[in-house]
Design a protein around this ligand. Structure first.
Ligand code: ADP
Length: 759
């Protein structure tokens, strides 16, 4: 018997050693670590016990016992950790650390076995046949330790049973069964050992047999069912980590496998018996989603199901359903569609705008060219009739006057379109700035009244003004922009009204305090009896390039920029604009503009003292004469040179012209000029370069002559750009004769100028 036990121990030791080596060769992850830990502790336990069987007295027995306990103490814990890991459960670190500390405390008492009564209360060495024994009665620590080991075993049984029930894979189920058997064998030996149910249990620690049997079952599970096969583990891991949910069913639609994401999506999978109604419904939903192409929606997310037949040796064995979470993809597509719609409509608005613009610009150009042709003809007529001095001469002059007036109208129209575009680009670039100063509300209203009543009378519309006479006259704000906004709304009212009247009402907001320094909310209301605006169009009318109701408005001139600019200017000034309209009957625009009161002197009747506001343009009168001064105009366009010369004819200035930068440099070397007007965009040498070269002519007479940039480059920041480049001043083309004269007066020597009176 004794020899048999020794033999059994050797076999166990060899077995454990083999498992240790096996585990080491397949090392990877916590599972292997725990198994290795379990085998090594078991190995130490067995080696200690073999030693113990060779002792013949208490001292050597107790020493061998202590060595054995060094392993035995850890067997239960390492086994529990291993089984838990295998079943997918993880012990919190604190629990693991607590158990380890507890083991060490127990070992401390075992090491001092002879000197305390906490582990063994009593003990007495005795030989029973060949077996050395140490009959003892346990102390408190002994019982706690023993119960804890039993607890580990029960925990393992619980975890394995749970895993067995959950498991769908047949091989894994068999593996779980073997593990269960191994633990049951262990617990049985435990019970026999504890209650000393058989004789052997009295003379021998049969727990060692229990652990040996347990280890043997485990070995079977490991080898036969590839428990430590990392490839299988890796596959499982990967499948569980996929974002796709995967469900496999057999030929009878029994669920044989599902991964973690699928379980999360369909918790019913866990509870369901393989071919429950709920599962069949689920599979049906997938099938119909695949056939209709409609994705499946679960908890606000969107999934696309896919289906794959599973075959083995060309035999159909089941079906694999996979479900990918395509929410982001669908959202992205929705966003793209939305963006495309926005881009398409913006693009459409721009195309319409461009077509419109080209039409709008062509109209005044047509007028310019047409009337110019008429002027030429009239001049011919004049030449032919010169000798006769007949009434034809007077008639020709009259006609020329009318045509030139028309050309001016067309030119101004063209300019206002270009100005609108510039304004819009300034606003969009965030470069629009208000230029504030004190102004007279009275003269603003007079200007507006003059312009609008003229246009209204052309269409035979009544223009009615109703201005609160107590409004303060002197306000502080951006006069140009306030006038632009009011004029724009009034011009529209006239444009879109065929009969009836246009009314302008100007008031202070109710409750305003009229006191210098206070803010006055100026309420400007424009009412018309025109075509009106449809409700659905009111929202759109402030967008750039939008023209409404094109069928009705196609014959009315416009670019669709005015209101957008007005709206943005009003916001910049801190005000607002509202519109109400009855389609077919008329519209009402109400603008609120906050302006600071400079002084409280009232506007009174703004029309008084003005007579009827100038409907006709004042005849041109030169503002100065400077016949001793010399001006050089540089421009590559001969027409522009002629225009400049013609505009300055009455000033008496001596004007030289250069059609290139090089020609200008030749002239500036030879003659002293009082002012140079320089175009920027010229071939070979541009204006800025020509300016630099003139400044570099230190020997010449013009290195310090004021040079004014006169250019059609009128976009945002142009003035600053050219002043920074070294020019003394900036004039944008088309140049107005008054502006040109004002600029020249600034730079011509005072003693050479004689100013005209009344200009
Ligand atoms: P437009 O240069 O086309 O007049 P606006 O930006 O000034 O551009 O106006 C935008 C659109 O709003 C116009 O095309 C017109 O359809 C509509 N609209 C503006 N004012 C009126 C009004 N008083 N009555 C009817 N429709 C108007």
């Amino acid at each position: 018997m004794y020899e048999f036990v020794i033999f059994l121990l050797y076999i166990t030791i060899i077995g454990l050693f083999a498992v240790c080596v096996f585990t080491l060769t397949k090392w990877g992850g916590r599972l292997h670590t725990y198994l290795f830990f379990y085998c090594v502790s078991n190995l130490v336990y067995n080696i200690g016990y073999i030693n113990l069987l060779h002792t013949t007295d208490q001292v050597t027995y107790v020493n061998a016992l202590k060595l054995g306990y060094f392993g035995r103490l850890w067997v239960g814990l390492s086994m529990a950790l291993f089984i838990a890991e295998l079943c997918g459960k993880v012990f919190p670190v604190a629990v693991k650390a607590g158990a380890a500390i507890y083991n060490m405390i127990v070992y401390f008492f075992i090491l001092n076995l002879e000197h305390n009564r906490l582990y063994y209360k009593t003990m007495e060495f005795k030989m029973v046949g060949d077996f050395p024994t140490l009959p003892h009665s346990g102390g408190p620590i002994y019982y706690v330790y023993t119960s804890l080991n039993l607890l580990y075993a029960i925990l393992c049984i619980y975890l394995i049973v749970q895993a067995y029930i959950r498991e769908r894979n047949e091989t894994a189920k068999k593996r779980d069964l073997f593990l269960l058997l191994s633990i049951i064998a262990l617990v049985s030996t435990y019970v026999i050992y504890f209650f000393k149910l058989i004789y052997l249990a009295r003379i021998f620690d049969i727990m060692i047999v229990g652990y040996a049997v347990c280890t043997a079952f485990m070995l079977i599970a490991i080898v036969k069912y590839k428990m430590l096969d990392t490839t299988a583990a890796a596959k499982n891991y990967v499948v569980d980590e996929l974002s796709e949910g995967i469900i496999a069913v057999d030929r009878e639609n029994n669920v044989s496998y599902y991964n973690k994401p699928a379980q999360k999506l369909f918790p019913q999978l866990e509870a369901a018996k393989s071919s429950d109604e709920s599962i069949l419904k689920l599979l049906n939903d997938f099938d119909s989603s695949i056939s209709t192409g409609e994705p499946v929606r679960i908890n606000g997310r969107i999934y696309t199901p896919r289906i794959n037949p599973l075959t083995e040796d060309n035999t159909h064995i089941g079906t694999l359903y996979s479900l990918s979470d395509d929410t982001d993809h669908y959202r992205y597509m929705d966003e793209l569609r939305e963006q495309k719609q926005i881009a398409d409509s913006a693009n459409e608005a721009k195309s319409v705008f461009l077509a419109n613009m080209s039409h709008e610009i062509r109209t005044p150009i047509n007028a310019v060219l047409g009337f110019n042709e008429m002027i030429t003809r009239e001049c011919e007529k004049f030449k032919a009739a010169k000798e006769e001095k007949s009434s034809a001469v007077c008639e020709a002059f009259e006609n020329i006057g009318t045509f030139s007036g028309n050309i001016e109208g067309a030119g101004n129209n063209l300019l206002s379109i270009i100005n609108d575009i510039l304004d819009l680009s300034k606003i969009e670039a965030g470069k629009m700035e208000l230029v504030e100063g004190e102004y007279s509300l009275r003269s603003l209203l007079r200007d507006v009244d003059g312009m609008i009543s003229f246009r209204a009378s052309e269409k035979e519309l009544a223009f009615i003004t109703d201005v609160d006479e107590t409004l303060p006259d002197k306000l502080f704000g951006d006069l140009v922009r306030v006038r632009q906004v009011i004029t724009n709304i009034l011009t529209n009212a006239v444009k879109y009204t065929d009969a009836g009247n246009v009314k302008l009402i100007v008031r202070a907001e109710e409750g305003s305090v009229i006191k210098a320094g206070e803010i006055l909310n100026l309420i400007v209301t424009v009412k018309d009896t025109g075509i009106g605006i449809r409700d659905e169009d009111i929202k759109k009318m402030f967008s750039s390039f939008e023209r409404l109701d094109l069928k009705r408005n196609s014959t009315i001139e416009g670019t669709g920029l005015g209101l957008s600019i007005a709206d943005q200017l009003i916001s910049m000034m801190g005000g607002k604009i509202t519109v109400s309209s009855e389609y077919g009957s008329g519209s009402t625009f109400v603008i609120t503009i906050p302006q600071k009161i400079s002084s409280i002197e009232p506007v009174g009747d703004f029309k008084i003292n003005t007579g009827n506001v100038d409907k006709e343009k004042k005849p041109y009168k030169v503002s100065f004469k400077a016949s001793d001064s010399f001006v050089l105009v540089v421009d590559d366009s001969i027409v522009n040179l002629r225009v400049a010369k013609a505009l300055l004819r009455d000033t008496g200035l001596t004007i030289d012209t250069a059609d290139s930068g090089n020609k200008a440099l030749e002239l500036t070397l030879g003659k002293k000029y009082d002012v140079i007007l320089m175009d920027q965009r010229m071939p070979n040498m541009d204006g800025t370069e020509a300016l630099k070269n003139i400044r570099a002519q230190v020997e010449g007479p013009n290195s310090e002559t004021p040079v004014v940039c006169m250019t059609a480059d009128a976009i945002i920041g142009s003035r600053e750009k050219y002043i920074n480049a070294g020019f003394d001043d900036y004039l944008s083309k088309p140049v107005k004769s008054a502006e040109l004269e004002q600029t020249l007066i600034k730079y011509l020597p005072e003693d050479k100028i004689s100013r005209s009176t009344g200009s």
